[in-house]
Design a protein around this ligand. Structure first.
Ligand code: KIV
Length: 281
């Protein structure tokens, strides 16, 4: 049973039509095996540029390249059947002009098979979003805290507090009017997320933006406890896979040093025996 009740992935218009309905469930994925885990449960799988920090150990998303996004996008594509696949446009690949954005987004779509791209920005990106959507490239927008602008914003702090709220509202309205099929709201106060969700016509997908949104997204490695360098307040850890993996690796190292692994059942003795899922020995 898919997250949308059918066997095919929802399209961007399907997602747009989910405004004010059952919450949209979204997670990031960067590899085929994790995409396979995410696929049966999520409406959207995002190949986020968070991959740079989560899998490549970069200090921010600024060093992520188009080639990295395409490589991870291809891997995720192989693991998805039911979720809509969206790929992030990395820093420097779309801001220069609508034409640059189209050229690179078209390459991402052609080479990864994704159905849509995501880009960060509000009013400043409205012209680009209009250009892309008018030429067959569905766009998920991203306003509030936009991590690619970490240097201009002065850090990863909550956005839209006090008088700054109007700026975030204007950004959300601008991307909706430009044709985005949904908008990520990152790290903004609950009252602001509620107001934007009530006022814009497209689904809002929150990360650190309260349950008032039309859907939620988390970085999969954060919620699985695999990325532990830091834990934002908005992350809930549904598992501690990092701790489990460390304990498993420590047990392996101990058993190898104590010559307890490999045990007799892992050893070929020379006789012919069928190995389940493998070759005859
Ligand atoms: O890169 C990313 O993973 C994202 C989500 C957290 C929204 O942009």
């Amino acid at each position: 049973m898919s997250a949308t009740g059918g066997n095919t992935a929802p399209t961007p218009p399907d997602i747009a039509a989910r405004k004010s309905q059952a919450p949209l469930v979204c997670l990031t994925a960067y590899t085929t095996p994790v995409a396979r885990l995410v696929d049966p449960h999520c409406d959207i799988a995002l190949v986020g540029d968070s991959v740079g920090m989560v899998l490549h150990g970069l200090p921010s998303t600024l060093g992520v390249t188009l080639d990295m996004m395409i490589m991870h996008g291809k891997a995720v594509r192989r693991g998805l059947e039911r979720a809509l696949m969206v790929v992030d446009m990395p820093f420097g690949s779309y801001e220069e002009s609508p034409e640059q954005a189209f050229r690179n987004a078209a390459r991402v779509m052609a080479e990864t098979g994704c159905a849509a791209v995501k880009l960060e920005g509000g009013e400043n990106m409205a012209e680009t979003i209009d250009f892309l959507t008018g030429r067959g490239i569905p766009v998920m927008a991203h306003v509030g805290l936009t991590p690619q602008a970490v240097n201009a914003l002065g850090g990863y702090r909550v956005q839209g507090k006090g008088e700054d709220a109007e700026r975030v509202i204007d950004d959300a309205q601008a991307v909706a009017q430009a044709g985005a099929f949904s908008v990520v709201l990152e790290k903004i106060p609950e009252a602001l997320a509620r107001r934007i969700t009530e006022e814009v016509a497209i689904p809002t997908i929150g990360i650190g933006a309260s349950p008032a949104c039309d859907g939620q997204i988390l970085v999969v490695d954060d919620m699985l406890g695999l990325f532990t360098a830091f834990q934002p307040k908005f992350v809930k850890r549904y598992a501690e896979l990092g701790q489990m993996a460390e304990a498993a690796i420590a047990a392996y190292a101990r058993e190898v040093r104590e010559r307890r692994f490999p045990a007799p059942e892992h050893v070929f003795k020379g006789e012919s025996e069928a190995i389940p899922g493998g070759d005859a020995a």
